[in-house]
Design a protein around this ligand. Structure first.
Ligand code: TRP
Length: 334
């Protein structure tokens, strides 16, 4: 599905990533860079301004997300890595796409509908606090994808609709002009990507306050891991590992042999909760200590990251320029 394809991944700058982001998004995205014929990885900063209006906060979040991907092993030589706002062709292409985007399609977009639902629950007018950036979000995302002749977009379930909208818009344009001006993208859901539970058993998410931090110091990571929910059964009591939250989290990071060891220990009543928490802690630290060093380095030397992003934009822009020219030639009959 990914092999030999033109793949594009976008990430919104939402702040310091946690273990769930690392295992569920960062690591898989980096693996794409190895497999795809061409991999594009970008920071969706224009998408972020719909919600984040404080420049200092936004800037910090963009830095954090850029450094996280580099720390996780993203190789800017293998993946074209840029900031969306550095590619001026994207908003220009968005403008052309608007003319082929039915308003009704935007009305149906989940991101917009979710906000309307929230307003209704709060007894506010439907469109309270909703700006056109949020409303037309899927068209900008379509431009992100279509600008680069993307064949495959790896996504979580919540983004499937957006890729389908991009496909619909591209299809409408191709049909109107009677030729393949735009490549129809497909979404790809990797079933093997871990949805990592948080310390309370719900999906790990900053909004639930149940995260295991990634680039924090050892003490903070230890504190989070030791707060993972357990019960009061004694160590000797044989347990089904699948019922144990620590084991569930371990699953998404441990090797099969490591997992077997913890599973056997629980089934045989030879490992207590303290033991398995320490095993998880060791494994997490082993996984991230190198990445954490890199993260801290890049955060302190962000000028180097700026250079990488500029190089990425220099590679991406000529690609988007070709698409823009193709579209303008068709639209204006040149
Ligand atoms: N909407 C995506 C998210 O919220 C981010 C994104 C923006 C994106 N443009 C994209 C993802 C293009 C894939 C392709 O996670």
């Amino acid at each position: 599905m990914i092999e030999g394809k033109k793949v594009l991944t976008g990430v919104k700058p939402t702040g310091t990533p946690h273990l769930g982001n690392y295992l569920g998004a960062i690591r898989p995205a980096i693996a794409m860079g190895e497999k795809a014929a061409r991999h594009i990885m970008f920071i969706a900063d224009y998408h972020a301004i719909n919600a984040e209006k404080d420049p200092a906060v936004l800037n910090q979040k963009i830095k954090e997300v850029a450094c996280s991907y580099l720390a996780g092993g993203l190789d800017p030589k293998k993946s074209i890595f840029y900031r969306q706002s550095d590619i001026v062709e994207i908003p220009e292409i968005t403008t052309i796409l608007y003319a082929y985007t039915p308003k009704g399609l935007m009305n149906k977009s989940h991101a917009y509908k979710a906000q309307v639902d929230k307003n209704r629950e709060a007894g506010k007018p439907d469109d309270d606090g909703i700006n056109m950036g949020l409303y037309t979000y899927p068209t900008l995302m379509a431009a992100d994808i279509l600008s680069f002749d993307t064949e495959v977009v790896p996504v979580g379930r919540d983004q499937v609709q957006h890729v389908e909208i991009a496909r619909d818009i591209a299809g409408a344009i191709n049909a109107h002009y009677g030729r393949d001006l735009l490549v129809l993208p497909e979404f790809y859901i990797d079933e093997n990507v871990a949805v990592v539970p948080g310390v309370d058993g719900r999906k790990m998410s900053k909004s639930y306050g149940n995260v295991i931090p990634l680039f924090a110091d050892d003490a903070a990571i230890k504190k989070a891991i030791f707060s993972i929910k357990t019960d009061s059964r004694p160590m000797e009591e044989p347990k089904d590992p699948e019922e144990i939250l620590v084991y569930q989290i371990y699953k998404s990071i441990a090797s099969p042999a490591e997992l077997q060891e913890m599973g056997d220990g629980l089934r045989q009543g030879k490992l207590g909760y303290g033991h398995i928490k320490n095993m998880l802690l060791d494994r997490v630290l082993k996984e991230i200590s190198q990445a954490r060093e890199k993260y801290n380095y890049y955060m302190a030397h962000f000028n180097e990251v700026e250079e990488m992003l500029a190089e990425g934009a220099a590679k991406a822009r000529p690609l988007a320029q070709q698409t823009l020219k193709r579209l303008k030639d068709a639209v204006f009959g040149r």
